[in-house]
Design a protein around this ligand. Structure first.
Ligand code: GAL
Length: 245
């Protein structure tokens, strides 16, 4: 009897064991100021039942390790200038694939975001996308030049996704990162910058590789908008030109 109890306990613990999840944030230059509040909000609300490590890509000093509960891994990343700081993000994630060896899932969010309510296990999936709050039920702002690798033809594209929050199982996310990195590079060879940078390429990828989890705009909710969704992950208002300067 004792032996059966022990086996049952082992089985249960195998099922209940938390997954290891990496949250990727690129914050070069002044964007570093968003990171401490972002990670503190993630401590409270982001996958509270899982083991989470934060990966911060930055050229800045991190002085808030002690004020964030979960581990932070700093990855040195030079500032590339606008729009490369955003557009090259998938290449940055791809290049540092070795850093997430112990991780089962990877999620990436913009630095200027804030978790305001639980973002829980409902987001765990193989390939996870978030519906863009500006284009629900409308055609998205896809890249329309056929010369770009991000091109979406008029007959393609059902849902337009936000570049601000996406992820999935590590292998699936890194496959996305590798493809987008490659396609951005191909575009640059042709002197092409897709209309919405990494977001355009991610949308192309999600047409070819349909996400199994499609999150509502609750997970990329612009701070000052009024939408019929519950607020979970806010995209903060910011003065764009000031931040890019
Ligand atoms: C805006 C958003 C941009 C981009 C764009 C796509 O609302 O601020 O980052 O996603 O929509 O049309």
């Amino acid at each position: 009897m004792k032996r059966y109890c022990y086996i049952l306990l082992l089985l249960c613990s195998a099922f209940l064991q938390a997954d290891h999840v990496g949250l990727l944030v690129v914050a070069t230059g002044r964007y570093i100021h968003f990171v401490e509040p972002l990670l503190q909000s993630a401590d409270r609300h982001f996958l509270p039942n899982q083991d989470v490590t934060y990966f911060v890509f930055t050229d800045q000093n991190i002085d808030f390790y002690d004020r964030v509960a979960r581990p932070i891994v700093r990855i040195e990343q030079q500032r590339l200038g606008w729009p490369y700081d955003t557009m090259m993000r998938l290449a940055m994630y791809h290049v540092h694939a070795d850093a997430y060896e112990a991780v089962d899932y990877l999620y990436a969010c913009d630095a200027d975001m804030l978790f305001v309510d639980t973002v829980g296990d409902e987001i765990l999936g193989t390939l996870v996308a978030t519906q863009h709050p500006g284009f629900v039920g409308k055609r998205g702002s896809y890249e329309t030049r056929p010369v770009s690798k991000a091109y979406v033809a008029p007959h393609e594209g059902e849902r337009y996704y936000a570049g601000g929050f996406n992820g999935g199982k590590k292998e699936a996310f890194l496959a996305l990162a590798q493809t987008v990195a490659h396609n951005v590079e191909k575009d640059l060879d042709q002197q092409i910058v897709a209309v919405w940078h990494d977001e355009s390429h991610i949308n192309r990828y999600f047409i070819d590789n349909v996400p199994d989890v499609m999150l509502s705009p609750s997970y990329c909710y612009p701070e000052s908008w009024q939408l019929p969704y519950h607020k979970r992950l806010l995209a903060l208002d910011k003065n764009h030109s000031e931040m890019r300067a």
